[in-house]
Design a binder for this molecule. Structure first.
Ligand code: APR
Length: 173
């Protein structure tokens, strides 16, 4: 089935889904932006599990995804994915960002998640152009066939991203 896609303006730490996706960095040790608030609100359990992953496999490479439990957050899992830092190389950055969405969706499915939320990965500190990032995110997710996922929620923290996603969704409907 094709999961239902929703756009919402808000804060990832307040959206109740089975898996909340975090825009992490390769160290998995937290940071600012949505990463910072997920660790802050979710609590130290999340960082402890991230450190276990680091000890096992090093950090997380750009485009890849790992998971932890969700601590105090309203979900079963946090999926930590590392977006590309925008450097102007459209092809490479597009490929890496696409992998973030694909690997996060595949990991959520392997966990049996029925619902997942994404922040606008790489469009903050990593400076990925918002319109291109939204096109990539929607291209992957609208074509995704799933045996378990019923709902994909894009959580837009700023008005610009929300307007971009709504415009693109309306264009495709
Ligand atoms: N809920 C949802 N989205 C949020 C929240 C939140 N609470 N806070 C910020 N955002 C949005 C930003 O507005 C942006 O649109 O998340 C999107 C991604 O921005 P960042 O969090 O800065 O992530 P990214 O651009 O992928 O950069 C990752 O930033 O925070 C550090 O540790 C992180 O080094 C990593 C880098």
């Amino acid at each position: 089935m094709k999961p239902k896609i929703q756009i919402t303006k808000g804060d990832s730490t307040k959206i109740e889904v089975d898996a909340i996706v975090n825009a992490a960095n390769s160290s998995l040790l937290g940071g600012g932006g949505v990463d910072g608030v997920i660790h802050k609100v979710g609590g130290k359990q999340i960082l402890e599990e991230c450190i276990l992953i680091r000890n096992r496999q090093g950090g997380c490479k750009t485009g890849n995804a790992v998971y932890t439990t969700a601590g105090n957050l309203p979900s079963k899992y946090i999926i930590h994915t590392v977006g590309p830092i925008w450097n102007g190389d459209v092809e490479k950055c597009t490929q890496a960002l696409s992998n973030c969405y694909k690997n996060s969706l595949a990991l959520a499915e392997s966990l049996g998640a029925k619902s997942i939320s994404f922040p606008n990965i790489s469009t903050g500190v990593y400076r990925f152009p918002k319109e291109l990032a939204a096109k990539i995110a929607l291209e992957i997710t609208t074509q995704w066939e799933s045996s378990t996922l019923e709902k994909i929620i894009f959580v837009c923290f700023d008005d610009e991203n929300e307007q971009i996603y709504q415009k693109l969704i309306n264009q495709n409907s």
